[in-house]
Design a protein around this ligand. Structure first.
Ligand code: GAL
Length: 985
């Protein structure tokens, strides 16, 4: 055993938090040196401690670069904080940051310092995950396209790779170092991602990891732990070379097929034992736990994922994590966002909604509410953070019904017990009733004691407590779950919930002589033998008051409308920080008290009753800055009001009626087309591990600096060829069209699973000329592969990977092009992956400010009657009212029998790739800021008909996906969106 582990073991045996110190990596050393106990962030085998206080990490994943409007980041983070999330986990994208080797750009949506500032303002910790490899369903798994051309194998300790990431890791670390807690919100930095230590796949994973960790430490990450995200609780980097300070692993028990959303997978049962052997000295940190799923091309769509991995799943699975001892978990994703531009890897399409708690248009899903109830509870149950598993099993000794599986957690020096109950299988959708034998300070009790039962619906899990402290009061037990607690004016309040109609029995020792019940009378209360005894069924809200104690019982659907914001700025969301209870609104973002006024900030989606439970000193309430008329609440506690501000759904222009201008976007097929400024493909060798299939010249687009979207090739030959054997790669569903001397030859629309397409094209006799022939190939790519196995899979080439003329001869010259400027792209705002190589993109016709006055008038709804690519432009104005958050989207009417693909550019940002026959996405949300909600918008749409019969778009509409009277940060018009004049002239 390494000395370090021994120290950690000693520390954990006596529960002394382990602080970590300055990281040094003497060659061959196992990892970190134990450091000063004054370090703000410490941990032991139970939990993380921040400033000496135990904390449950309830974290969610969000990729700022998938929402490239920094003024919307606060919206997402406030929504997360409202649901009890005290941390946000972010991937940082190397490929988007360093589009050209050596030129890093950390501005705009890539600004980590701006993100940290927003998180600090909101009061939410940040788990920074810079990779450099991130996976994340993004092109190359976050590796830059130019890395495909280096000889070294990525994710190894080979010099070429290590040199490649130096600047990125250094600049990330230097910036992040200024935001390490307590100077900023960053509490962890994750090194690499799902990095297998496996000889077969990557024999140098450990030294490669150690080099990275040294670089983080040497460049300023000195105050916060380094973490990992193991692909499985197998102990990679929990010890040995490359060891991290805090070991984490991920788990996706629901899989990634959302086509049968009502079939819920069973619970994994290996976490406890696997974690105990993988990481015996650390607490259980689920660095990524499934919070939704990505949906592949032709998948069922994200609503299926939201259903499959929705509120029931969150209920059963996340509580099972707690039953397994997890005290830190981060849900991947909590806000998914958009694969705008060419951010996606080949498996996925434009939307990265992920069926997450916060949907792509930033609206709240049903599971958001479930996560809120749990998140608030975990922060309200500090005893959980020192507890251990004290027993588990089906039926006895806990549940009277053998169909109920119980895990008991407790110990750790305090009397609180937690009983995590669930049914035996997630297949069961019918309710089951049981009693439960629990430990209390008055001995073992079989509850409920006074009639009724504990009911578990199908796919319902409950965490029931005994001897649970709230303020100076103690809940001896409750057959309803605890949502949260707060102490206001010295009075202790606990909020309990069960599904409507389920029994509730709760006992609170009290010296009071009487208990009153106000609100719903479905709950009764009495004082008997110094106990307040609360019984009944939940329906609406019942308020039980006795002495200086209040027990609120709500049915679960009503509990979903409860919010518990802290009233002072704080990362800490535990009950020691003052808070209020707010009931009713769609969202409460923030609360603060100044003198006698409670100022609330939030969102409503219609007239909403509001109840606030706040200190007695509060006499007036404002909502989004406007005062609301309050009166005493008829709940018998707090103040009530009605929020009447209505958000009108904005009226939206009809794109079908708009004036459209149009031009040919495939002029390259004309023999006379001038390609003199294009790159001449002249490489005959490549370092790429997947060498050309055939042909003298290497035609991989990445070899010539084109890493994004589509590519156009022009190959010249003389002679009498009768056809060509052509091989292309482009990822799933990539397509191509081929033309000879301007004449359409054929297309291939690709398929899911396409690695390589090999076609033989026959040249029509009348198409070949005796002199110089020019073959034009336009092809797209669905992104670079990921590199999950660390085997350079992302280097699979894009574009033409092999060619041979049939009938003799060879090409004299090959020219190619891709996105404008290649790696020297001029658009340092939208970055390297926004544009591809279609003429409409290269010429700047997709940019705002492009002069289309000389173009013909023609609409995409008429389309084209031959194979080819056409580009259409239009403008429209929006005037969404102030204070209204109205997420908007472009909705295509699908015509699956038609074979076309479209790119949708909104003010120069590519926010949709629609493939008519590969779906499933037809609705493309575009965030405010990319769409100007208060002014003019310029749209460009390409229409690539792969078939000779042509194609048209059946319909494209602008639709609103909701309308909220919102207290979110105001988005000031468009994000910086350079124009045609700035980028092309
Ligand atoms: C994990 C990986 C993430 C993401 C996820 C699936 O294995 O760490 O980056 O790819 O799978 O969405």
């Amino acid at each position: 055993m390494k000395w370090l582990n021994l120290l950690a073991l000693l520390a954990s045996a006596v529960s002394i938090p382990v602080a970590f110190g300055q990281y040094t990596v003497p060659p061959g050393s196992p990892g970190y040196l134990l450091g000063s106990s004054t370090q703000a962030i410490q941990f032991d085998s139970h939990s993380l401690l921040i400033d000496g206080k135990r904390v449950f990490i309830w974290s969610g994943e969000f990729h700022p670069w998938r929402l490239p409007v920094p003024q919307l980041w606060s919206d997402v983070l406030q929504k997360m904080k409202g649901a009890g999330f005290n941390a946000v986990s972010i991937y940082i994208h190397w490929g988007l940051t360093e589009g050209k080797p050596g030129s890093l750009d950390w501005n705009y949506y890539r600004s980590i310092s701006q993100f940290y500032e927003v998180a600090k303002q909101v009061g939410i910790y940040v788990i920074a995950r810079p990779g450099p490899y991130i996976n994340a369903e993004t092109s190359g798994g976050g590796l830059p396209g130019w890395l495909t051309t280096i000889g070294a194998v990525a994710r190894t300790n080979q010099t070429g790779f290590v040199n490649a990431w130096q600047s990125y890791v250094k600049q990330f670390s230097e910036t992040t170092s200024k935001y390490q807690y307590p100077d900023g919100p960053v509490i962890f930095v994750q090194s690499e991602n799902e990095f297998y230590v496996s000889q077969a796949m990557n024999p140098t994973a450990s030294p490669a990891m150690a080099l990275l960790e040294t670089a983080f430490r040497q460049n300023g990450i000195s105050k916060v732990p380094l973490t990992c995200n193991d692909v499985w609780p197998s102990g990679n980097f929990a010890s040995g070379l490359g060891q991290v300070d805090i070991y984490g692993f991920d788990s996706y028990p629901g899989g990634f097929d959302c086509s049968n959303p009502s079939v819920m997978p069973e619970l994994p049962n290996y976490y406890v034992s696997a974690h105990a052997s993988a990481d015996p000295y650390g607490f259980m940190y689920l660095a990524e736990y499934q919070g939704g799923a990505f949906d592949p091309w032709q998948g069922p769509g994200y609503d299926g994922c939201e259903e499959l991995l929705g509120s029931d799943y969150s209920n059963v699975f996340y509580k099972n994590n707690v039953a397994s001892g997890a005290t830190a978990m981060s849900f991947y994703m909590t806000y998914g966002g958009t694969n705008w531009g060419n951010i996606a890897e080949p498996a996925v399409y434009t939307s990265y909604d992920y069926g997450a708690a916060i949907r792509e248009p930033r609206t709240l899903s049903a599971k958001y509410s479930e996560q809120k109830l749990q998140g608030l509870f975990y922060h309200s149950a500090p005893a959980l953070l020192t507890s251990s598993i004290l027993g588990s099993g089906a039926g006895a000794p806990f549940a009277s019904n053998a169909g109920v599986f119980t895990t008991k957690l407790g110990g750790g020096g305090n009397p609180t017990n937690f009983y995590v109950l669930r049914q035996m299988s997630n297949n069961i959708t019918t309710p089951i009733s049981t009693s439960l034998t629990i430990d209390t300070s008055v001995g073992s009790l079989k509850v409920p004691q006074f009639g009724g039962t504990i009911t578990l619906a199908g796919r319902e899990s409950k965490i029931l407590v005994s001897e649970y402290k709230f303020g100076n009061s103690v809940l001896r037990y409750s057959t309803a779950e605890v949502m949260t607690q707060t102490t206001i004016d010295g009075s202790d309040i606990v909020v309990l919930y069960v599904l409507a109609g389920q029994n509730v029995e709760a006992v609170v020792p009290s010296t009071a002589t009487a208990a009153t019940v106000t609100g719903s009378s479905s709950i009764k209360a009495k004082i008997s033998n110094s106990d307040a005894i609360i019984t009944g069924t939940a329906s609406g809200i019942s308020v039980v008051q006795f002495g200086k104690t209040t027990v609120i019982v709500a049915d679960k659907a009503t509990a979903f409308t409860f919010w518990n914001p802290r009233t002072v700025a704080s990362y800490d969301v535990s009950p020691t920080v003052p808070s209020v209870l707010v009931v009713g609104p769609y969202l409460v973002r923030n609360a603060s008290i100044s003198s006698t006024t409670l100022a609330l900030v939030g969102d409503t989606n219609g007239t909403t009753p509001l109840t606030v439970i706040a200190p007695a000193a509060v006499k007036s309430v404002t909502w989004n800055g406007e005062s609301v008329k309050v009166s005493k609440s008829n709940l018998g506690i707090g103040l009530s009001a009605s929020l009447t501000k209505n958000a009108k759904t904005p009226s939206l222009p009809k794109l079908k009626n708009a004036k459209w201008k149009s031009a040919d976007s495939l002029p390259e097929i004309a023999p006379s087309f001038d390609d003199s400024t294009w790159v001449t493909a002249n490489k005959t060798t490549t370092l790429n591990p997947f060498p050309p299939f055939s042909g003298k010249i290497v035609l991989f687009a990445d070899e010539y600096g084109f890493h994004s979207g589509s590519f156009v090739y022009r190959g010249y030959f003389t002679g009498k060829a009768t056809g060509i054997n052509l091989s292309l790669e482009g990822g799933n569903n990539f397509g191509y069209s081929a033309y000879l001397n301007g004449q359409f030859l054929s297309s291939n629309q690709g398929f899911f699973g396409a690695v390589q397409i090999n076609d033989t094209l026959t040249f029509p006799a009348n198409a070949v000329v005796s002199g110089k022939n020019v073959l034009t190939i336009v092809t797209d790519s669905s992104g670079l592969n990921e590199d999950w196995n660390s085997n350079d899979d992302f280097k699979h080439p894009r574009g033409i990977v092999g060619y041979k003329l049939v009938g003799g001869g060879d090409f004299d010259t090959w020219k190619l092009t891709g996105n404008f400027g290649g790696e020297s792209f001029p658009d340092n705002v939208r970055g390297p992956l926004n544009e591809g190589g279609f003429w409409a993109e290269r010429s700047g016709a997709v940019l705002p400010g492009f002069d289309d006055s000389k173009w013909q008038s023609a609409s995409p709804f008429t389309g084209i009657s031959k194979a080819g690519i056409q580009v259409y432009r239009t403008k429209f104005t929006l005037s969404v009212a102030n204070g209204v958050d109205a997420p908007l989207a472009f909705k295509f009417t699908a015509t699956p029998t038609s074979n076309y693909r479209s790119l949708l550019y909104v003010n120069g940002w590519q926010f949709g790739k629609f493939i008519s026959n590969f779906g499933p996405q037809t609705v493309f949300p575009v965030p405010e800021g990319i769409l100007n909600h208060k002014g003019e918008n310029e749209i460009a749409l390409t229409l690539w008909s792969l078939d000779a019969q042509g194609a048209k778009i059946a319909d494209l509409e602008l639709v609103a996906l909701g309308a909220f009277a919102s207290g979110k940060e105001v988005v000031s018009g468009l994000v910086t969106s350079p124009t045609f004049q700035q980028l092309r002239t």
